[in-house]
Design a protein around this ligand. Structure first.
Ligand SMILES: [Zn+2]
Ligand SMILES: [Zn+2]
Length: 316
């Protein structure tokens, strides 16, 4: 499924099988989960994608040569030599290449990927069930670590990431509060079924102060709302790659050593840590599967907030 230009639907196309370059694996794709970032790329909210482009950065595949099952995440390549890479922050590498953005991704039957950036996948998960761990899970995990030791955790936007993070947070003994769009009773029920002790309106107050909040929804208005919801010393983490403008707010909301930060991309270290942790929880992913040819339908459903858990594309 090819993106010719942002703002246009993906187009089903027969293209030549990609040729692996030096250090790359040729991969047969079994599943590719859909991420909100795919929507941001398709909608032209992220600058200068490779075009034409194959989206998709939560790829579950087998290496055609060895038969090994691997996962391909968003970080497709980093230079390994800049000040960020040399200080354990390859997620911030200026020259990084991202899967399904600057290099072709997994909305396809075949893909190529740098072998050093492929991740081993835990046994005990099917191809479909493991796919959402590769970004929804990974970025969620990095965001949870960034939130610190918070015992009372707020999750804004209860989609693919939050449904995984809630399970990890409960496993760690934290209390989870879910913030959903006003009137979205189904999302509220979903959150409660995954261990949240409260679910309510994302712009309203929680029943008590929180120690940290993670914002997954790409909605700038949630930043002051979340700052208002956290106690002194609390952290608000913006987990998405794109967000609408943040409205101005009184300094009082930040005062009291509240911390506002973003989380950008992932490191391979995050991948190894989280994929080892997930089966211990154990994280169970809720998925809706779509044939690869219905990728536009999956993206439209995600845009409308009508996916429970994560959408996963499956080639024929
Ligand atoms: Zn670098
Ligand atoms: Zn993603």
């Amino acid at each position: 499924m090819v993106l010719d230009e942002p703002g246009r639907p993906l187009r089903a196309a027969e293209v030549p099988r990609p040729e692996p370059g030096p250090g790359q694996l040729l991969l047969r794709v079994h599943a590719c989960a859909v991420c909100r970032t795919d929507l941001h790329v398709a909608d032209g909210e992220l600058p200068e994608p490779k075009l034409p482009l194959v989206l998709g950065h939560q790829i579950v595949a087998t290496d055609v040569e060895s038969g090994a099952r691997v996962g391909v995440p968003w970080l497709g390549w980093a230079d390994g030599e800049c000040r960020y890479c040399l200080s354990g922050r390859e997620n911030l590498c200026d020259r990084a290449l991202f899967t399904g953005y600057q290099v072709d991704g997994g909305y396809a039957e075949y893909a190529v990927a740098d072998r050093r950036f492929c991740l081993p996948l835990p046994d005990g998960y099917s191809d479909l069930q493991v796919a959402p761990l590769l970004c929804a899970g990974l970025i969620g995990y990095r965001s949870l670590v960034a939130a610190g030791e918070a015992g009372r955790l707020g999750l804004y936007g209860f989609g693919a990431s939050a449904h995984i993070v809630a399970q990890v947070a409960r496993h760690q003994g934290r209390r989870v509060f879910a913030f959903v769009r006003a009137g979205d009773d189904e999302a509220a029920r979903f959150a409660l079924s995954l261990g949240a002790e409260w679910a309510g309106d994302s712009l309203g107050p929680p029943p008590e102060e929180l120690d940290a909040a993670i914002i997954f929804a790409p909605v700038g208005e949630l930043v002051p709302a979340a700052l208002r919801a956290v106690a002194k010393g609390g952290t608000v983490v913006c987990a998405g790659i794109h967000m609408s403008d943040i409205p101005s707010f009184p300094y009082e909301l930040l005062w009291g050593e509240r911390v506002l930060r973003s989380v950008a991309n992932l490191t391979r270290q995050d991948g190894h840590e989280f994929l080892a942790l997930a089966p211990q929880v154990p994280v169970r992913t809720e998925i809706e599967t779509f044939p690869l040819a219905d990728a536009n339908e999956a993206l439209a459903r995600l845009r409308a907030g009508r996916i429970r858990g994560s959408a996963v594309l499956v080639p024929d």
